[in-house]
Design a protein around this ligand. Structure first.
Ligand code: NAD
Length: 517
């Protein structure tokens, strides 16, 4: 581990953060946060910036979750008959309000999740981008027509809304991932019940207030998106309800393993966006200046707490020492600290549990023969916040700990001799979210993109594993869950398809020439 002595970080006061959160909520139109009934349950809002508790928010119980489903179901009866372009008008207005409250939402994301300013603002920009995409989509929910084998017949597809979509979201993208769902599900004619992460309930409350204001502004019905701030146990109602035809869940593999069989047991559908264990292959022809910058952003951005964070770097043995030296130099210069300070690039871990998992993983990596090249220490703060130095570990092999997702800024460096060996290492993990190759050799790039190349849902050349654009479908394979959200044709997952055959001939010819006279 590094032995460099560093000064304690200067952090904002807890009262200052509380006031900043309240002011942002007020500007977004929030008058009360949390469930309005009296269940006796509460969820504590804590900031990772100082580790302090800020507020206790009343939580919903199972009856409230059931009532939320009823309300969203009732709204669906009206919303599905609103023409899709008119539904797009709501999303357009919502995108405008998000743009106007960009700084407020970024404040709440910073306070609850500890994202640095530019990444928090980037998350809000992603919300605006998906609204733009969904508005265009509201005029393009197209079905196909196919030639019928029978004279005087027409064969076509129509797409209809599904119903109530249950959205379960993770702490690390507390606004953007919900907005991917809400923008598409809304133009597709669905309504939603949203269960956010208990670690980001203020952000969820502000987003919901803006969405409700947008609905009122365009004269849309109430309860198109009903927020339930509830524990995972109480949210089970959402998972099990036959009135929720689609559950879109973002979070850990363990969460997916718990909910997917339950939704399947009632023949519901899921969109699963689960953990990743993303890798980049660096070949001898790579541009190492570009590679170093891309690797640092992908590995340490959001303090290693993105689903797409780069966790494994698979480097050709001939350049491994040079790549390691460049990364050590870059890691030594990383500004770690208060996410609201403009120059900070690495904010805090979400909590002490995240720090424990990181420390456990590092101990195991060293026990497996790994060498810590730089980082790994916790920075002193005098608070119960967890600021850590991103860490680079050289591993002799892809051991079990390397094959698991540890949600912290640990980058394992592995070496390879042949590209086949690199791709085999790359794919030999349970998860399949994001991947990159750094090369200037087109043959190597094409090999990585081919059917026997990377097995991930996102496969990049000369950019890092994180930071996807909303225009493409986002999601991953294997234990990442197979779901797709955002652009391309991801909207189809929020609709049901009907195949229509129309006979305008006056005769009744049967398909496959069956004679039934
Ligand atoms: P988590 O699994 O702890 O929680 C995610 C959400 O699921 C929370 O709202 C939680 O309350 C809820 N939940 C958990 N068990 C549930 C149950 N039985 N019923 C209903 N709800 C339940 O994840 P987290 O710590 O908030 O987020 C980090 C994880 O999310 C990482 O594994 C990360 O890779 C993953 N993630 C994936 C993507 C993606 O797009 N693939 C995006 C963001 C985060």
């Amino acid at each position: 581990m590094s032995t460099v002595v560093v000064d304690p970080l200067v952090l904002p006061g807890t009262d200052e953060l509380r006031e900043r959160a309240l002011a942002a909520l007020r500007r977004c139109g929030v008058t009360t946060a949390g469930h309005t009934g009296d269940t006796g349950d509460t969820i504590t809002v804590r900031t990772p910036i100082t580790g302090a508790d800020l507020f206790d928010i009343p939580a919903a119980d199972t009856r409230d979750v059931a009532a939320a489903i009823d309300a969203a179901h009732e709204a669906f009866g009206r919303w599905r008959m609103v023409p899709a372009p008119a539904r797009g008008a709501l999303v357009k207005r919502f995108g405008e309000l998000v743009g106007r409250h960009r700084a407020d939402l970024a404040d709440l994301i910073g306070i609850e999740v500890g994202k640095i300013r530019s990444e928090a603002l980037g998350e809000v920009q992603e919300m605006i981008d998906i609204c733009d995409l969904a508005v265009g989509l509201s005029r393009q929910l197209t079905g196909r027509t196919m030639p019928s084998e029978r004279p005087g017949h027409r064969l076509m597809e129509t797409w209809h809304p599904l119903g109530v979509v249950g959205v379960i979201s993770a702490f690390n993208f507390p606004a953007a991932v919900w907005s991917w769902n809400v923008a598409l599900a809304t133009v597709c004619g669905n309504t939603m019940v949203w269960k956010p992460s208990p670690r980001a309930v203020l952000t969820a409350t502000a987003c919901t207030a803006l969405f409700d204001r947008a609905a009122a502004d365009v004269g849309a019905p109430a309860n198109l998106n009903v927020l339930v701030i509830a524990s995972a146990a109480d949210a089970a109602v959402l998972v099990d309800s036959p009135r929720v035809p689609l559950v879109s869940a973002t979070g850990s593999q363990a969460m997916g393993e718990r909910i997917a069989p339950r939704v399947a047991a009632r023949f519901g559908r899921v969109i699963l966006e689960l953990g990743g264990n993303n890798a980049a292959v660096v070949t001898p022809s790579a541009d190492l200046d570009l590679t170093t910058r891309a690797v640092v952003f992908a590995a340490v951005g959001t303090a290693g707490q993105r689903c797409t964070t780069l966790r494994r770097l698979i480097v050709h043995e001939s350049i491994a020492d040079e790549v390691a030296a460049r990364l050590r130099a870059a890691y030594a210069r990383l500004p770690i600290g208060d996410p609201f300070t403009e120059s900070t690039l690495v904010g805090p871990l979400i909590d002490g549990q995240a720090h424990q998992s990181m420390a456990r993983a590092l101990r195991q990596a060293v026990a497996d023969g790994g060498t810590i090249l730089t980082g790994g220490d916790r920075r002193p703060t005098g608070t119960s916040a967890f600021y850590v130095e991103p860490v680079l570990v050289r591993m002799p092999a892809q051991t079990a700990i390397v094959r698991a997702e540890t949600f912290a800024p640990i980058l394992y460096l592995l070496t390879y001799r042949t590209l086949d060996e690199a791709i085999a290492l790359h794919n030999d993990v349970p998860q399949g979210l994001s991947s990159s190759i750094f090369t200037t050799d087109q043959r190597e790039a094409e090999r990585f993109l081919a059917a026997d190349g990377s097995d991930c849902g996102l496969v990049n050349v000369n950019i890092g594993t994180s930071g996807a654009e909303i225009g493409g479908a986002f999601g991953g394979e294997k234990a990442t869950g197979g779901g797709r959200e955002a652009g391309s044709d991801a909207w189809r997952a929020y609709m049901r398809r009907a195949t229509n055959t129309i006979n305008y001939s006056g005769a009744l010819p049967l398909a496959q020439h069956i004679d039934f006279a």
